[in-house]
Write a protein that binds this ligand. Structure first.
Ligand code: DGJ
Length: 742
């Protein structure tokens, strides 16, 4: 998978889906040659280097009017010599200079992949799954060693990158900017794709045509954020969901990030991804090391869907991990939207009994069970049951739930504290705050300083006690505000630029310790819905709550956008009550179920309030999901019709061997007497005969017909129902089509 031409000093990472080529320049710096569709492994590629004399630039060597870093495609560029674009690295020494010259030293090749200490990262289970190239660079003046690490996976087009810095000198160095990835593309004729939004409308697909200058998305909120996801894709203008070049860049990180594309005046495109340099400054003491988060880059010539499938497979099977990675996820019911803070134990038991009757497997008790928590103004930080609501404690309640035949799950918000809490009264210094300044609140709460190990220890102790004594199979790990006034009262002045990152390392550490202590615990991440839905969290929590917006029509967009990077198995998706509490909309129960089933499925309403007919529907949904959850979670996912572009949303999940598929089609607004429609499917076997079944349809067809002519959608649009049911003429109607190989 890695071919090295010692004479030409080129390194070629390749498999049958991708090639990535870099080389050592005459000056000793690391240069970039190519990223994309596979090239001949043994080829010679140095002639790809493009340079020519240009006025008004600066050159590296006197007498040479051709070689300027401004025009060379580089692998890990620094600023301050002759490159005037944004750099990947900026390091300051005690002399105040930020110049850095990274010279090639040597390389190491290893089978498999190393772990990144304290950081989430993709991994291998067997060393034959991947090869890793480590290239050692060094700035001799600063005595700084920089190790560029590249892992190529055998069976997918992903390359995982990270960078390790080692200060081998006697003076402290300061990393002001240390990106995880930088790639210089030879042309800029691309559109960028980002996943952006806000609370309750996370991860909308936004496409921009790249222009001269910068295109960027970022977070400065201390978490990856609702606003932008740590991801950027490039596609050609004519790339579709199914064909054409697509490149994806995804950061395995949950804190402040920057994803940036810079087009220079020679149409060279530089893509960068990493910790947001804004406000970041890491003191690299003599003898110490620093490792960047991992960035994963994917290439596909099968359009955006092809790119997504590479991410899905890698993230589902080699980023998510542990007990729940392959296991069928339990169908859950969560009480939040039904009760908010207002409940006592007997209400919960009634709630759970009805859920059990419907076949639901896990009961999740959300916010409000602990300390003095009856609203959002108190209690966070005191992780002990409130006896007024739960006289038998969490131990007693969890036992009763298990006696009903269900598993029990519990909500926490471990990183937060209310002023009105025992924890805050005992340790007011535990929060992130800048001395002499007021501290902003978010939802009346403050952020615990997880850069301090003793603060993490305190929360670990509380959670560990509960998890040891009660029967808790699942936790919903929430995080409901962004960080402000970021400063730690215990770290020295010259390390305050580390706090955002150290805080996230503390969050990871707490996850890791809990999973070590309770390896069968299922964690669902959450952050006021999807404010921290990122690959970093996926390493600890194989599923995450997608959004506080649980309306089925809105969820179509949220799930569609999220699927650009994240597998279906990671998307916590629930059926909630109507009218929907966020948008006030009515959608059919069938549609709410059909949409949520393409996710880690559950309910978020009081089933006791449903009619007997609706309960029957719920029972059928739960049974259908259980029959199909393996396929839905692990099959190949194809986006077919975008809710961002028209009145329909459609997606398909197919068995990787093409033997079976489920196709979900939703029409947003009802249309009268519309056209006939066919939907070309994907991932089937052309000469295999399939049986197609849905609520109203039943016919046989070969795979080639279904992929060319298309699946014949039922006439949902005539405006006159001749069967008298009337139920297809509605807004937000959806159907699941089963396509089963004969
Ligand atoms: C925000 C989450 O997204 C909700 O699902 C719920 O858990 C609330 N927090 C509880 O405070």
């Amino acid at each position: 998978m890695i071919t090295i031409n010692e004479k030409e000093r080129t390194f070629h990472l390749h498999n049958d889906r991708v090639s990535y080529l870099l080389y050592v320049m005459d000056s000793g710096q690391l240069g970039h040659l190519y990223f994309g569709k596979p090239l001949q492994p043994e080829g010679s590629y140095l002639h790809m280097v493009e340079k020519s004399h240009r006025p008004m630039t600066t050159y590296i060597t006197e007498g040479d009017l051709y070689t300027s870093y401004e025009h060379l495609r580089q692998e890990y560029p620094c600023y301050g010599t002759s490159d005037y674009r944004y750099p990947a690295l900026e390091v300051r020494g005690n002399d105040g200079s930020t110049l850095c010259k990274l010279e090639y030293q040597r390389y190491e090749l290893l089978q498999g992949k190393k772990t990144l200490e304290g950081l989430p990262a993709t991994y291998v289970e067997d060393d034959s799954e991947a090869e890793t190239l480590e290239i050692y660079l060094r700035d001799p003046l600063r005595k700084l060693t920089v190790v560029m690490s590249y892992t190529i996976f055998r069976d997918c087009s992903a390359i995982a990158r990270s960078v390790r810095f080692a200060n081998e000198g006697e003076e402290s160095l300061f990393l002001n900017r240390a990106m995880s990835l930088s790639v210089d593309f030879p042309d800029a004729d691309y559109e960028s794709v980002q996943l952006s939004g806000a609370w309750a409308r996370e991860r909308s697909v936004k496409v921009r045509t790249l222009e001269l200058g910068l295109t960027a998305v970022s977070s400065m909120r201390g978490h990856s954020s609702h606003q932008h996801n740590p991801f950027l894709a490039l596609k050609r203008k004519h790339t579709t969901e199914h064909s054409g070049d697509a490149y994806g860049f995804s950061l395995v990180y949950s804190g402040n990030f920057l994803a940036q594309a810079e087009v220079d005046n020679y149409q060279v495109l530089r893509v960068m991804l990493g910790i947001n340099p804004f406000g970041f400054c890491w003191k690299l003491e003599p003898g110490s090391t620093f490792t960047t988060p991992e960035a994963v880059m994917v290439y596909s010539d099968e359009g955006l869907n092809g790119m997504s499938r590479q991410f899905h497979t890698l993230y589902r099977s080699r980023l998510a991990r542990g007990y729940w990675r392959e296991r069928e996820r339990p169908v859950l019911i969560n009480n939040w939207e039904a009760t908010e803070f207002d409940y006592v134990e007997e209400d919960l038991i009634r709630f759970a009994q009805k859920a059990r009757e419907c076949g639901i497997e896990l009961f999740v008790l959300d916010d409000g069970w602990f300390g003095s928590r009856n609203n959002d103004r108190s209690g966070l930080g005191d992780w002990k049951a409130n006896p007024a609501k739960l006289p038998n404690g969490i131990e007693g309640l969890s036992r009763r739930i298990e006696e009903l035949g269900m598993k029990f799950g519990l909500w926490f918000e471990p990183e937060m504290v209310n002023r009105d809490s025992d924890l805050f009264r005992a340790h007011p210094d535990y929060i992130l705050q800048t001395p002499g300044r007021s501290v902003s609140h978010g939802r009346n709460q403050f952020v615990l300083d997880f850069s301090r190990p003793e603060v993490v220890d305190e929360i670990y102790r509380q959670l560990h006690t509960l998890l040891t004594h009660a029967r808790i199979s699942y936790i919903k790990w929430d995080m409901n505000r962004s960080i402000s006034e970021c400063y730690s009262t215990v770290w020295p002045t010259d390390q305050q630029g580390e706090i955002f990152h150290r805080h996230i390392l503390g969050v990871y550490d707490l996850h890791e310790r809990l999973l070590q202590a309770f390896p069968t615990l299922l964690i669902e991440s959450c952050s006021s819905g999807g404010g921290r839905f990122d690959p970093g969290m996926l390493y600890y929590a194989p599923q995450g709550w997608l959004s506080d917006n649980s309306d089925a029509a809105e969820r179509l967009k949220i799930q569609y956008g999220t699927s650009l990077v994240y597998p279906v198995s990671s998307m916590g998706a629930h059926v909630s009550a109507c009218p929907n509490s966020q948008v006030g909309r009515h959608t059919p129960l069938e549609t709410r179920g059909n949409v949520a089933m393409t996710g880690a499925f559950g309910y978020e309403l009081d089933l006791n309030r449903l009619s007997p007919e609706e309960i029957e529907t719920v029972k059928q949904q739960v049974a259908f999901y259980k029959q199909n959850r393996q396929l839905l979670a692990r099959g190949d996912f194809y986006r077919l019709l975008s809710p961002f572009e028209g009145n329909f949303a459609a997606w398909e999940t197919a068995e990787p061997d093409g033997s079976r598929a489920l196709v979900t089609v939703t029409r947003l607004l009802s249309e009268v007497n519309g056209p006939y429609r066919r939907l070309p499917l994907r991932g089937l076997i052309p000469d295999r005969r399939y049986h197609i079944r849905s609520r109203y349809l039943s016919y046989d067809a070969y795979g080639d017909e279904l992929m060319q002519f298309g699946l014949m959608l039922e006439d949902q649009s005539s405006g006159q129902m001749i069967d008298g049911s009337g139920d297809t003429c509605q807004d937000f109607r959806s159907l699941i089509y089963e396509v089963v190989g004969r």
